[in-house]
Design a protein around this ligand. Structure first.
Ligand code: ZN
Length: 233
């Protein structure tokens, strides 16, 4: 993994004509577009991504399963947790502190997904793959996914209601470890079941690894990292 700043999803970038990756705490990211965050505050992240001054679309994230297809900049696009586009040069962004950021790419389209336990249990990953398929006319098997930094099972002890909810989309033996729940394992299971080849691009646990923001570790003071993806302009 590259040290600091912008952690590229090189698997996606090699497979398709896209720019994709994840920031860490060294890059400021507005926490919410509709609570005072300004899209201009993503400037440094866009520089590091390789698309300085690019137009951005992001949602007001609500831990649900709604996906927006976007054709231009939108900040926020609305209440939802995933974005899809086929427009070259338009950057899709989601913000996370422990939840799983998922970037999807395929021939002619990209998607960005905010997948916490609630959204994952509600089917946001499946919904994003379907929306990308509808937008590009490609089957799920034509896509690849990259998962970014997220809380690991080492630091994600949860109540039985979380395990029960996630069991709707993956069998517990896939994601329940002795120390906690492995959210990325749930997402990988869902993607595999849809036929999407997926890799973890940044294996760090956000709560253990101080390079990243973590809600579990820092509580209300936690910042956010951005997961960004765009078709090359
Ligand atoms: Zn950890």
């Amino acid at each position: 993994m590259e040290s600091g700043l912008f952690h590229r999803a090189s698997d996606l970038e090699r497979a398709f004509l896209v720019l994709a990756g994840f920031t860490d705490r060294h890059t400021p990211v507005p926490s919410s577009p509709d609570h005072g965050g300004r899209v201009e505050d993503l400037g440094l992240a866009l520089d590091r991504m390789g698309l300085p001054g690019a137009e951005v679309a992001a949602c007001h994230q609500v831990h649900g399963a709604r996906v927006f297809r976007v054709w231009g900049p939108a900040w926020p696009a609305g209440d939802g947790d995933a974005l899809v586009t086929t427009v070259p040069g338009l950057v899709l962004g989601v913000r996370t502190a422990d939840c799983v950021p998922v970037l999807l790419a395929g021939p002619g389209g990209v998607a960005a997904v905010h997948a916490g336990w609630r959204g994952t249990a509600a089917g946001v990953v499946h919904a994003a793959v379907e929306a990308l398929s509808a937008a590009t006319g490609q089957p799920a098997g034509a896509f690849r996914a990259a998962l970014g930094p997220a809380v690991g099972p080492c630091c994600y002890a949860v109540g039985p209601e979380v395990v029960d909810a996630l069991a709707h989309v993956a069998p517990p033996e896939v994601f329940v470890a002795s120390t906690g729940v492995d959210l990325r394992a749930v997402v990988l299971h869902v993607l595999a079941s849809l036929g999407v080849a997926a890799r973890i691009a940044v294996p760090a646990c956000t709560a253990c690894d101080e390079r990243f923001h973590s809600w579990r570790r820092d509580g209300r003071a936690a910042g956010r990292q951005a997961a960004l993806v765009a078709l090359r302009p």
